[in-house]
Ligand binder design. Structure first.
Ligand SMILES: [Zn+2]
Length: 110
C-alpha cells in the first residue's frame, strides 16, 4: 500500500472541505449547480481530489435509480457528497463517473 498524499490544486477559485479546507475541486470544474443534496444545494463536478469512496449502493433519487458511493474528505472524514457510478435512465448517463459536492460542506478558497 502506498502512502496517500494530499493534492494541492492550483488556481484562484478552489473549493475545499468546510471543516479542514483540504482542496477538493476547482470552481471551473462545475458542470451544474442545479443539484439537490442532503443539506440543500449541491454542485455536479467533473472531478474531485482528496476523497475516499465508500461502498457502492443503489439509491432511488428524484431523477430515477442510481448506483452511487458516498465520498468523504480524506483528511477529516466528513462526508461531502457522492459519486455517480451508474445511472439507469439514458437521460441521466452524463452523471456517471461525476461527483456531487454539497455546497454547505464546501468553503471557497481563493
Ligand atoms: Zn475535511
Amino acid at each position: 500500500m502506498g502512502l496517500i498524499r494530499k493534492r494541492f490544486l492550483n488556481g484562484d477559485h478552489i473549493y475545499g472541505c468546510s471543516q479542514c479546507a483540504t482542496h477538493l475541486a476547482p470552481k471551473d470544474g462545475i458542470m451544474s449547480t442545479a443539484f439537490q443534496g442532503q443539506n440543500g444545494r449541491a454542485y455536479l463536478f467533473r472531478a474531485v481530489v482528496n476523497i475516499i469512496e465508500g461502498p457502492a449502493q443503489e439509491r432511488p433519487m428524484t431523477t430515477g435509480k442510481h448506483v452511487v458511493c458516498d465520498i468523504e474528505c480524506m483528511e477529516c472524514h466528513q462526508v461531502v457528497g457522492w459519486r455517480y457510478i451508474k445511472a439507469y435512465e439514458e437521460s441521466q448517463r452524463y452523471k456517471e463517473g461525476r461527483f456531487i459536492l454539497e455546497k454547505k460542506l464546501l468553503t471557497l478558497l481563493s
